[in-house]
Unconditional design. Structure first.
Length: 353
């Protein structure tokens, strides 16, 4: 195969999804060479993106209630959260949950959290069947399961939540930093961990993908195909909620989700470290399978409906497409990501039995 990373092609209209239709998601544009040339803005200072930490973590939802004003003295406020063992003995959960950053639900998400030694578990709620499924894992961690029935558990979450009889309240994981992710990649390459059979683990960059189901599905595909990390913007990206974690099917516990202030600046940092960035858009001049995707590869995915933003697309080394049937709607962002990751894995030889 000729090295098409360095090919330059005519600039075409952008938009559409990776299948080449008018639908949203990753779409096409000009080919850009790996060397990058003297493109405007390419050498702009990227800012302190690699070392940027998130703004902090949640510290719970309790309120500090001060003394009441007025004449009559209020009776002491009764807490709604009983001790786990008391709740378990009454056969009901102790307080209402919500689909927020503290709560994960669903069989795979809960099991993965229980098996993750870095995850601090605060509470575990289950139906009798759910409790049986995680009894051994809970016992190993010294956790008391709060049991309840399915109807009562339905009331703990938004309507339509598929909790599968299991929910877990957790503390946030330590937030990964881009600089640490890149340093680990360099260390593994120096130690020979990136073998011809697996190649260098790719990065996935999501440009303002806001749907938690899509982000969760991308995390799942990233875990299946051995990506190094998923990079998102600090703003305009969903938090790790129960819905996102369930869509990720346990991948939240093992796949780093790195937040950066600005995608274009993050791309510039990666390029400075030798990463080749490929933006997926449906009208790209090169098919993804025609590119050399070995080495340090970062795949950049746009939001559905809008695709890659202009500055993001201009920063990419190359824009490519996933060809499909003419006139048919494009793939959504999570499916397109899975196809791209499979192609990278295939070229590295990692799909052979």
């Amino acid at each position: 195969m000729s090295d098409q990373k360095s090919g330059n092609g005519p600039k075409g209209p952008r938009g559409g999804g990776p299948g080449g239709g008018k639908g949203g998601g990753p779409g096409g544009g000009p080919n850009r060479g790996r060397a990058g040339g003297n493109r405007p803005g390419r050498n702009n200072a990227p800012g302190d993106v690699r070392g940027a930490n998130r703004e902090g973590t949640r510290d719970g939802r309790g309120r500090d209630r001060g003394p009441s004003s007025g004449g009559r003295k209020r009776p002491p406020t009764r807490t709604t959260e009983r001790a786990p063992e008391r709740a378990a003995s009454r056969g009901r959960s102790s307080s209402a949950a919500s689909d927020g950053p503290d709560w994960l639900y669903g069989t795979h998400a809960v099991r993965a959290a229980l098996h993750n030694p870095k995850r601090r578990v605060l509470r575990l709620i289950a139906t009798p069947a759910g409790a049986e499924a995680v009894a051994e894992s809970a016992q190993k961690r010294g956790l008391q399961i709060e049991t309840t029935d399915a109807r009562e558990m339905d009331k703990l979450f938004p309507a339509g939540t598929v909790h599968q009889g299991l929910a877990i309240k957790v503390a946030p994981l330590a937030e990964p930093v881009l600089a640490d992710v890149l340093a680990r990649a360099e260390a593994e390459a120096a130690e020979g961990a990136a073998t011809p059979a697996t190649g260098q683990k790719p990065l996935i960059i999501l440009d303002q993908v806001t749907d938690p189901q899509n982000v969760g599905a991308v995390l799942r595909s990233a875990a299946v195909f051995g990506a190094r990390a998923v990079i998102v913007t600090r703003r305009n990206s969903p938090p790790i909620t129960g819905a996102l974690a369930k869509a990720a099917s346990g991948a939240v516990e093992q796949m780093p989700l790195v937040q950066v202030p600005n995608v274009a600046q993050a791309i510039a940092v990666l390029q400075a470290e030798g990463w080749f960035t490929v933006g997926l858009e449906g009208t790209g001049d090169k098919a993804l399978g025609d590119l050399d995707l070995t080495g340090k590869i970062a795949i950049v995915m746009g939001a559905e409906g809008t695709g890659l933003r202009r500055l993001t697309a201009e920063r990419c080394d190359m824009l490519a497409k996933i060809p499909g049937e003419p006139g048919f709607a494009s793939l959504n962002v999570s499916n397109a990501t899975a196809v791209a990751l499979y192609e990278i894995r295939r070229q590295a030889g990692g799909t052979k039995a």
